[in-house]
Design a protein around this ligand. Structure first.
Ligand SMILES: [Zn+2]
Length: 386
């Protein structure tokens, strides 16, 4: 990608970030400690008219412990890492556009042809992330940093490095970072409640096979869509080695010799500059706040600050039921509701619908086995009804 285009894209994203409400951003705490976060954004670059269109923007570095998901009913976001929120955001925008088309409106992203919905292929998809995604892609970077190397060093026979001790192909967070090419859970403090959510590296790697679509948009679009470019600022050589190994070489080294599902690899692009609220020193703390901003069209833009997986201000403590209307626009519940306005599936729950989708299920399960030969450790199944 040419550097002028990259500059235009990042300038647009940083400008949009500057417009976020203060409540959506990291703060300086009362004790003077500065908070940091990760910024992600998905934009469409129209290769015909050379226009760049914001689709969504998100911030965040938190994931919910498995324990807290029991009362979710599709309303809590398990994984609030910025890049994962952006992919959810893209799917919500697609659902909105299809609903609008069905109601006779127009869309700049999707065509309707004989009751089929087709992504306008001139809209190439670009994901910007302000730093290397957590998990496998960042292991080379972590290994090269002196201050962290002692913290996560662990003997090879120590079972605490595994998410489940009987499964040696899924590692916990950053533990034993010398191991490369492994599925990892989201990093967190070792004494915090465990999350089974997988790292952003593993999720992004999987999207190169299963597409950016979730089970709902996969059903509606006639062809899946893939990411064309991943842009990350200020990459050094070590970062680039880790990224290439995780997102490209991992496919060559897997047990999937037959390559049953051909991956659509995205280009990895470096760009100049730094995100203003990136982590700058070890004294800074990660922000608890996440956010999402959805650009449905020029006139319809929605921004939500997110805390503990729900809308900021809507969280209720552990033992109480969730508050009505606490769910964000990108929650499973909101997406399932939107989907039902397009295709009514009211006789099924979300999970029943998902399990009905045989070919997508087989593809997802197959690729999980490619990444982790000793099986998968799923997060709590979070079902919902409308
Ligand atoms: Zn992450």
């Amino acid at each position: 990608m040419d550097s002028v285009l990259k500059q235009r894209i990042t300038a647009l994203i940083y400008d949009e970030y500057s417009k976020l409400k203060p409540s959506s951003k990291p703060v300086i705490k009362s004790n003077g400690t500065k908070e940091w976060t990760v910024l992600a954004s998905i934009v469409a670059w129209n290769s015909r008219d050379d226009k760049i269109r914001m689709i969504c923007m998100s911030t965040g570095v938190k994931a919910l412990p498995n324990e807290l998901l029991k009362r979710s009913n599709g309303k809590m976001l398990h994984d609030c890492h910025a890049e994962i929120l952006s992919i959810r955001g893209l799917n919500t925008v697609i659902l909105h556009h299809i609903k609008n088309l069905k109601e006779g409106e127009t869309s700049d992203l999707i065509n309707e042809v004989d009751d089929k919905y087709i992504w306008k292929m001139e809209n190439q998809l670009i994901l910007y992330i302000s730093r290397v995604p957590c998990g496998d892609a960042s292991m080379n970077t972590i290994e090269s940093q002196d201050e962290t190397s002692e913290t996560f060093e662990i003997p090879d026979d120590n079972k605490t490095q595994y998410l489940k001790c009987e499964n040696s192909t899924i590692l916990r967070g950053r533990l034993n970072f010398t191991k490369k090419g492994y599925v990892r859970s989201k990093p967190g403090r070792y004494d915090s409640q465990i999350t089974f959510s997988k790292s952003c590296s593993d999720k992004l790697c999987t999207k190169q096979v299963t597409s950016l679509l979730n089970c709902l948009t996969y059903e509606l679009l006639s062809e899946p869509i893939y990411l064309n470019y991943l842009i990350i600022p200020s990459l050094n050589e070590t970062d680039s080695i880790g990224l290439k190994r995780c997102f490209q070489d991992r496919f060559q080294n897997t047990s999937d010799r037959e390559q049953s599902y051909q991956p659509k690899l995205f280009d990895i692009e470096n760009c100049e500059g730094k995100f203003v609220d990136d982590k700058q020193s070890v004294e800074e703390t990660p922000s608890a706040m996440s956010s999402i901003k959805l650009y449905f069209d020029q006139f319809n833009i929605q921004e939500q600050a997110i805390l503990n997986g729900v809308k900021n201000g809507s969280y209720s403590k552990g033992s109480k039921p969730l508050r009505k209307g606490c769910e964000t626009a990108i929650s499973r519940y909101s997406q399932w509701k939107l989907y039902n306005q397009i295709n009514s599936e009211r006789d099924k729950s979300y999970v029943q619908f998902k399990h009905h989708q045989k070919s997508r299920r087989v593809m997802v399960e197959h690729f999980r086995h490619v990444l982790s030969s000793e099986g998968w450790v799923p997060t709590l199944e979070d079902d919902c009804n409308i």
